[in-house]
Design a protein around this ligand. Structure first.
Ligand code: SF4
Length: 351
């Protein structure tokens, strides 16, 4: 399996776990499940067990071997905080991420409650996991910064059993190179997951609004970040609520429509609204893709180029056509939006 990814906001994927179970509407057409289940029951195939949650400890050391700095999407084929993934295994994943300060890791979940609990009290255990190489990665891949272990000291996969050694290992927590995000497919997911994300210790917090299935109002969280409803809604016709008190910020928002065979259409104004909210609050905005459906200007259903394709009408002004993901592309209002957070959050850069 290639470590390169077509996911526009990442360079590579790393899957120390595969498999998952559905939790919300955003999961209905889960790409990972569709992909894995194609091979279920195929003897000897990597996905012989389909989409059953499977730990892949043989993949734990993979990022340690990648020298060039990358943005790495962790568990594109699973959810790291699924209840079937033991805390001790998540410790090993975080230990590897701590050992790779050259990379940026992007962890996205639909289970933010467990993520918050995990991040709130596992620092010492992750320290210990590193100190005793409980990741079971080859010691030669562990940098000098962490003690310069050699196979001669420890054996190729050895535990570090030098008295007092543990005292020398101390990681920053939350890890500065780990971005934590939640999926937000609609307002209900926003209301349930964003408060938990904001209570989670993290260097960078992000939202992945994909597949975007409805309008999402981030006002009550963005208000504390300098966002103002009057920026584009002076009469507050949407009735933006009071801000929620928090010192923590949303540092990045990704938006995308759904792709795949049963993809549901996204109203262009849902994406525009999130772009406007982010722009007004100074939050980096990344428009990943339209998905399968797009509003096709100046064409009608009788046009030869799109004749026979499916249409969906949201309202008298807005019909979208199923023209396919590649054709739909990722331009929103005449430009590509690829803003990314800088570590520490709050500012943005265009790659
Ligand atoms: S949480 Fe993610 S990986 Fe798991 S079923 Fe839902 S979409 Fe798929």
């Amino acid at each position: 399996m290639s470590d390169k990814t077509k996911i526009e906001w990442s360079d590579s994927t790393w899957n120390p776990v595969t498999g998952c179970t559905k939790v919300s509407e955003g999961c209905r057409n889960c790409y990972a499940k569709t992909f894995a289940e194609r091979f279920e029951g195929t003897p000897g195939h990597y996905f012989e067990s389909g989409f059953k949650v499977t730990l892949r400890p043989e993949r734990l050391g993979q990022p340690l071997r990648w020298k060039r700095p990358r943005k790495i999407f962790v568990n594109s084929m699973s959810d790291l905080f699924h209840p079937d993934v033991p805390d001790e295994y998540i410790d090993r994943v975080f230990a590897v991420m701590a050992l790779c300060p050259q990379h940026t890791f992007q962890v996205l979940t639909k289970r933010p409650e467990r993520m918050r609990e995990y991040l709130s009290d596992r620092k010492e255990v992750v320290n210990e996991t590193i100190a005793f190489n409980m990741m079971d990665v080859p010691t030669r891949h562990i940098g000098k910064r962490w003690g310069g272990w050699t196979p001669a000291q420890t054996g190729e996969y050895g535990r570090v059993e030098i008295p007092g050694y543990f005292d020398d290992v101390s990681i920053d927590w939350p890890l500065p190179n780990v971005w934590l995000g939640v999926s937000v497919e609609n307002q209900q997911a926003a209301d349930e997951r964003i408060p938990l994300l904001l209570q989670t210790p993290a260097a960078v917090r992000f939202l992945s609004c994909e597949p975007l299935l409805g309008p999402v109002n981030l006002g009550k969280w963005l208000l504390t970040q300098g966002w103002s409803p009057s920026y584009y809604d002076p009469d507050n016709i949407h009735g933006y609520p009071e801000s929620e008190p928090t010192n923590e910020h949303i540092n990045w928002v990704i938006v995308g429509g759904e792709s795949g065979r049963n993809a549901r259409p996204m109203h262009p104004n849902w994406a525009r609204s999130l772009r406007n909210q982010c722009n007004a609050a100074g939050v980096p905005f990344f428009f990943k893709q339209w998905g399968e459906w797009k509003k096709v200007h100046d064409l009608s259903a009788n046009d030869p180029g799109i004749k026979g394709k499916l249409w969906h009408t949201f309202d008298p002004d807005t019909s979208v056509c199923r023209i396919g993901k590649e054709a739909a592309g990722r331009m929103l209002d005449g430009r590509v939006w690829s803003e990314m957070p800088l570590v520490g959050g709050g500012e943005s850069e265009q790659p």
